[in-house]
Write a new protein. Structure first.
Length: 343
């Protein structure tokens, strides 16, 4: 194998999400999946941990350490922390490999501004990339799920991640109509936490809230309505307190977020040419993203749109797998990527 083969073989695809970061290495597949969290020493400003290590500190760190998400809604809110985190993850993915700098494909929400896209590119270069390419999350998800994106027919993808929900109608290898809203996994968690605070005067930790959503959260009523016991801090006494909460209450709490997703789908359909809209009626809507598995979500979206809705293959990994496929078949799929030379 020549030098160019070694170089090409180290290329990476990264789903740089608000909740989780996944890294795909060409020829190997997904080699890393860790929380998009950083721990920063407030005295020095230096990052002292990220990923799983930072997650273990959530709610347990001393006052001089802050655990945070450096990416919110697909937008980098802390550039230095994001660059350090990405550099760490890339280094872990490159363990025991050659020292050649890789090309990197990064997924981004469709609605990012030029400045926000540039910040993502710069973070990729700061992590050691030779060249950075961007791909829209919805397009990457469609590729990752093996959808027929190059056909002259409409395909609708709804990618519900942690920070954003991306809705896109794809035909002939391009996005014809799209919408991006901030109602997604993290905002659903926040809605649950706010409901419990308001109704029970109880403060829940981030991990507890997420676990509650996964265990009894739902977007549509079902015959079995489970309940769960959760522990938090009483706002009045400051002491630990347990409560029992029902699936119906969680559904009430998150309903505004689900309604926002429905509106984004309807808005996108309204801007879709009639021929492609007819294709979507026949083919249905495909869900992807880590939050696509929310119980009853497909049924709720079908109820609201009267269009068949189903989850795609491996919805949580669809974006990184699609970006990875672009690496594996770079020449054929390069038109899906955006690239600007480094400044």
């Amino acid at each position: 194998m020549g030098w160019s083969g070694v170089f090409f073989g180290r290329d990476l695809a990264v789903d740089l999400g608000s909740a989780n970061t996944r890294v795909y290495v060409r020829g190997e597949g997904v080699v890393l999946s860790e929380p998009s969290l950083v721990t920063v020493d407030l005295r020095s400003g230096a990052m002292v941990g990220c990923g799983l290590g930072a997650r273990e500190m959530l709610g347990r760190a001393p006052e001089n350490l802050a655990v945070s998400h450096p990416i919110r809604g697909g937008i980098i809110t802390d550039y230095e922390a994001t660059a350090d985190m990405l550099r760490t993850f890339v280094s872990q993915a490159h363990s025991q490999r050659s020292l050649a700098r890789p090309r990197v494909i990064l997924s981004v929400p469709t609605a990012l501004t030029g400045i926000e896209r540039r910040a993502v590119e710069d973070a990729g270069y700061a992590a050691g990339a030779r060249r950075v390419y961007l791909i829209e999350e919805a397009m990457a998800a469609a590729v990752g799920m093996g959808l027929p994106i190059h056909e002259p027919a409409g395909t609708m993808v709804v990618s519900i991640g942690a920070g954003t929900t991306e809705v896109a109608v794809i035909s002939l290898g391009g996005i014809v109509a799209s919408s991006s809203v901030g109602s997604a996994g993290l905002s659903i968690d926040a809605a649950v936490a706010e409901y419990v605070r308001r109704e029970y005067s109880l403060v829940l930790g981030e991990r507890t809230t997420e676990r509650l959503k996964h265990t009894i959260g739902s977007a549509f009523p079902s015959k079995e309505e489970p309940e769960a016991e959760v522990r938090g801090r009483d706002l009045v006494t400051g002491l630990p307190k347990n409560i029992v909460i029902t699936a119906a209450e969680i559904r009430e709490a998150i309903d505004p977020e689900i309604v926002a997703i429905v509106r984004a789908i309807r808005s996108t359909l309204d801007r879709t040419p009639p021929e492609l809209a007819g294709d979507i009626m026949d083919r249905g809507i495909v869900l992807s993203g880590g939050s696509a598995a929310l119980h009853g979500l497909a049924r709720r979206l079908h109820h609201e749109t009267r269009i068949r809705v189903h989850c795609g293959t491996a919805p949580a990994e669809a974006v990184v797998l699609g970006a990875g496929r672009c690496l594996e078949d770079f020449n054929a799929l390069a038109p899906l990527l955006r690239n600007q030379p480094r400044r």
